[in-house]
Design a protein around this ligand. Structure first.
Ligand code: ZN
Length: 167
C-alpha cells in the first residue's frame, strides 16, 4: 500500500461516473489504504476520491482535522464508501483547490451542512451530519465520483477562478 500518483485534469478518468461498490473485498481495503496514504502523504490534502488515483469505485476519504478551517468541527478520518447525501441546508462559499487541478483555485458555493450516509471501512452503515469546511470537503470529494471538478461548480470561470502563485 502506498501513496499513488494523482491524476491531473484533463485526464478522462476524472470525468467518469464511478460505480457503487457491491462486494467489499481485499482490493477495496487496498484502495482505501492507498487513498488514505495519498491524502496524508501529500501533507496538505483534506480529501481524495478514488478516480483521482485512477480507480472508478465510489470511495472517498476526508480528514479536515489538521486544517485551520476544519479543526474545530470534524469527524476525524472519514472513509466513505458509496456515500449519499440525504439532506442539505444552507449555503457557504469557499475558495477551493484540488490536487487534480494544481494550478488553480476557485470560489464555489455549496451546502453549509450535509447529512451523509455511507459504508465505513468495516462495511458498517454510517450516517453523519457534517458542517462548515468538513461539509464542503465531503461535497467536493463526492463530486469527483460523478465526474465533476470544482471548475464545473464555479458560477463564472472568468471571475471566480484564480491562478495559484508559483511556489
Ligand atoms: Zn478534488
Amino acid at each position: 500500500m502506498a501513496a499513488r500518483e494523482i491524476r491531473i485534469y484533463p485526464d478522462p478518468v476524472l470525468k467518469t461516473i464511478c460505480s457503487p461498490v457491491t462486494i467489499p473485498d481485499d482490493s477495496l481495503d487496498a484502495l482505501v489504504q492507498d487513498l488514505l496514504d495519498t491524502m496524508y502523504q501529500s501533507g496538505h490534502s483534506v480529501g481524495v476520491a478514488a478516480p483521482q488515483i485512477g480507480d472508478t469505485r465510489r470511495v472517498v476519504v476526508v480528514d479536515v482535522s489538521a486544517s485551520k478551517l476544519g479543526r474545530d468541527e470534524n469527524h476525524g478520518s472519514l472513509v466513505m464508501i458509496n456515500p449519499e447525501i440525504l439532506d442539505r441546508e444552507g449555503k457557504k462559499t469557499m475558495r477551493e483547490g484540488c490536487m487534480s487541478v494544481p494550478d488553480y483555485t476557485g470560489n464555489v458555493t455549496r451546502a453549509e451542512m450535509v447529512v451523509v450516509q455511507f459504508l465505513d471501512r468495516q462495511g458498517r452503515e454510517q450516517v453523519i451530519r457534517a458542517s462548515g469546511f468538513e461539509a464542503v470537503a465531503i461535497q467536493h470529494e463526492m463530486d469527483h465520483l460523478d465526474g465533476n471538478l470544482f471548475l464545473d461548480r464555479v458560477s463564472n470561470l472568468k471571475t471566480d477562478v484564480f491562478r495559484r502563485k508559483k511556489r
